[in-house]
Design a protein around this ligand. Structure first.
Ligand SMILES: CC(C)(COP(=O)(O)OP(=O)(O)OC[C@H]1O[C@@H](n2cnc3c(N)ncnc32)[C@H](O)[C@@H]1OP(=O)(O)O)[C@@H](O)C(=O)NCCC(=O)NCCS
Length: 167
């Protein structure tokens, strides 16, 4: 495994024999790697206040997507209260620019959905790429949250549920 993670694979997808995507659970000792990924996805300011600082904390689950053994993206999740109910929540999801549109974010979200059966998240109302990703994965908009972000931008609160065979 690249980056010395040595983690057991949670999911591996062979994309037609050319691109191999592997999603692995991350441990606390991989904080620095997640920090680098978060900064490459969202900008250097995330080194100061990014979600990477939660990696390995109680209740926090982090996955790293590797594309052909190179760390390409990450997802950090933890329980978050939505209308006073604790829900599985995507705190951060990003794929570094070089590896986008290869299925890494889809594989990360799929891993979380297989684990929890549902996912909630906030996304910037202007983030067309991310909204397209979530729509492609059957997320729906629960509500618009006015001035959710520090810069005053609105968020869309979105969620999806994986139906069980018995549903
Ligand atoms: C949004 C983001 C995570 C998508 O990651 P990705 O690995 O490129 O996404 P995937 O390859 O798994 O895309 C799966 C599907 O989502 C949709 N999608 C993803 N990016 C898209 C884009 N830029 N435009 C239109 N549709 C898009 C497509 O349906 C795509 O399937 P396709 O490639 O077969 O058409 C990535 O662009 C990113 O890191 N952006 C910056 C950080 C960010 O905005 N994170 C989300 C915060 S809420």
């Amino acid at each position: 495994m690249a980056d010395g993670s040595g983690m057991a694979a949670a999911a591996a997808v062979d994309m037609g024999g050319h691109v191999m995507i592997e999603v692995c659970a991350a441990e606390r000792r991989q904080m620095a790697l997640v920090c680098r990924l978060e900064a490459r996805c969202f900008g250097l300011e995330r080194v100061l206040y990014g979600q990477w600082q939660r990696v390995g904390a109680p209740g926090v689950e982090t996955w790293i997507a590797y594309i052909n053994a190179a760390a390409a993206g990450f997802l950090i999740s933890y329980p978050h209260d939505i209308d006073a109910i604790s829900c599985p929540y995507v705190a951060a999801l990003g794929v570094v620019p070089h590896y986008r549109r290869l299925g890494a974010a889809h594989a990360l979200l799929r891993t979380m959905l297989l684990r929890y059966g549902a996912a909630w998240l906030h996304v910037r109302a202007s983030n067309a790429s991310a909204i397209a990703l979530y729509a492609a994965m059957c997320f729906t908009v629960d509500r618009r949250v006015s001035a959710y972000y520090r810069d005053g931008e609105d968020a869309l609160l979105m969620h999806t549920v994986v139906l069980q065979a018995s549903d």
